[in-house]
Write a protein that binds this ligand. Structure first.
Ligand SMILES: [Zn+2]
Ligand SMILES: [Zn+2]
Length: 118
């Protein structure tokens, strides 16, 4: 039974496989990869630590989502084509040749679009 919980003190780092003999290169930046936290199978690309962090940073787990830009249209005196309320900002630049809707009406329209088709 090998239960070396107290080896050198502290938690041992994640086991790393020495792959320096395999001449692996990072599929992202081309850096030499000398160790991996898993045994490479050879049929899928491997990434260095930096690239892996970048890959996991962006993508699905996006914490710092930039806010959608809003255009200040308060000077244009636009009214919602649905309820007639004043529109002061829009998520897009109004072209003037198509009706604009307030947030409330936009949501209602989207719901009715997906809700009942005809
Ligand atoms: Zn890399
Ligand atoms: Zn409206």
């Amino acid at each position: 039974m090998t239960f070396d919980s107290n080896m050198g003190g502290g938690r041992p780092p994640r086991q790393m496989y020495d792959v320096s003999a395999m001449g692996l290169k990072c599929a992202g930046c081309g850096a030499d990869i000398t160790e991996l936290p898993f045994q490479p199978t050879g049929d899928r690309p491997v990434y260095c630590r930096d690239c892996k962090r970048q890959n996991s940073g962006s993508g699905s787990g996006f914490s710092a989502r930039p806010q959608r830009q809003m255009y200040d249209v308060s000077a244009m005196g636009l009214k919602c084509a649905g309820c007639g309320v004043d529109i002061t900002e829009l998520p897009f630049e109004p072209t003037g040749d198509r009706p604009v809707y307030c947030r409330e009406c936009n949501r209602n329209r989207r719901q009715s679009y997906s809700g009942n088709r005809y």
